[in-house]
Design a protein around this ligand. Structure first.
Ligand code: SAM
Ligand code: SF4
Length: 333
């Protein structure tokens, strides 16, 4: 008889079925809200998980009930060899959903291989529809590349294609309605994300978040928003659809709407630390343990223990009470 392994359930009865894996801490962009202009100290090659180590840990997580994996970064598409990792991850038995979050700059040239590896869902971060502003926000004149990547993803049948917009006061909040309108004309899922203060990134920029309640109010000028029911793998996104729209609108509101009670996420950082909460310093160094010879059984126990001790809620509830406690690019957002 097959042994049934225990699942990743925490003390607050949340089932942690979603693992976000940061493939690399490096990035080709310098988004205002994520990285300082001069970049951050980079991890050395030997400090980041190898693909074999990533696959080993993902296999353990899936055995323990993770059924959704997102590959993120840094920018996942700039790590050499990433496309070879995808098919092995996609074929993990029990995995229902695997997706990739990218800034989209190198999407166009990789889409065929991403598709043939079996990835169907893709998230693209795009905070403006204007070329000059794109350069101001990201430090790179790449709007056209990203936009063409999105269009090609659609032609190739990726579904859903989610477009993530981090809304920042006086930077891009005049484009909220334009982004929402995209969902009326295309099958894109537009996700409005509240900016989370990251002390090290916005030096001198003084970014401010816009509450998603205000974002939503602006969008209702386009029509009525009907709620779309969340599925088991949706996590904390609040989903809606404008009447008659082929696409969707989603709100991710870490600051103004506590979604901790439904948070189903674990994170594996580029340096191999398992983090039960984005907004807490609590993490376990799996890489060192693995390299010191930990068995799969040892690692399973650590996964279970880390999951059990996931903090009940995060402390970042207003822009005045702190900032992200680690680098978004290494943790994976
Ligand atoms: N480089 C890829 C990208 O940009 O899509 C993946 C990594 S990025 C860290 C993952 C997500 O985190 C992106 O959608 C990005 O917009 C979001 N993000 C980064 N810093 C953020 C912040 N301070 N507040 C809110 N979202 C943030
Ligand atoms: Fe790079 Fe993504 Fe961070 Fe922008 S949000 S700097 S693209 S890791």
């Amino acid at each position: 008889m097959e042994t049934v392994l225990p699942s990743l359930i925490d003390k607050h009865n949340r089932h942690l079925n979603y693992l976000r894996i940061s493939i690399t801490d490096r990035c080709n962009l310098r988004c205002l809200y994520c990285m300082p202009h001069d970049g951050l100290a980079k991890l050395k090659h030997e400090e980041i998980l190898t693909y074999e180590e990533i696959l080993r840990l993902a296999t353990i997580a899936v055995k323990l009930g993770v059924n959704k994996i997102r590959l993120t970064g840094g920018e996942p598409l700039i790590r050499k060899g990433i496309l070879h990792l995808l098919p092995s991850l996609v074929s993990l038995p029990g995995l229902k959903d695997i997706s990739l979050t990218t800034n989209g700059v190198y999407l166009k040239e990789h889409l065929d291989k991403i598709k043939s590896a079996g990835i169907k869902r893709i998230n693209i971060s795009l905070d403006t529809l204007h070329r000059k502003r794109y350069k101001k926000i990201t430090g790179y004149d790449g709007f056209e590349q990203v936009w063409e990547g999105i269009q090609l993803a659609r032609q190739l049948g990726f579904n859903p294609i989610k477009i993530n917009m981090v809304v920042m006061q006086d930077i891009n909040d005049d484009e909220i309605v334009d982004f929402a309108r995209l969902s009326l004309n295309h099958p894109y899922h537009i996700r409005f994300i509240e900016y989370m203060p990251s002390g090290f990134a916005d030096q001198g920029t003084h970014l401010h978040h816009v509450p998603n309640s205000a974002v939503k109010e602006q969008i209702t000028t386009l029509g009525k928003l009907a709620r779309v029911l969340n599925t088991e793998i949706d996590g904390p996104t609040d989903r809606f659809r404008l009447e008659g729209a082929p696409g969707e609108i989603g709100f991710i509101s870490p600051l103004t709407h506590h979604f901790c009670q439904v948070c189903n996420r674990l994170r594996l950082t580029a340096s191999g630390h398992l983090r039960p909460c984005l907004l807490s310093d609590q993490e376990v160094d799996l890489k060192t343990l693995m390299r010191a010879g930990a068995s799969d059984n040892d690692l399973e126990q650590i996964f279970l223990e880390t999951a059990k001790n996931k903090p009940r809620a995060h402390r970042l509830v207003s822009e005045h009470c702190g900032s992200l406690s680690g680098q978004m690019s290494a943790i994976g957002g």
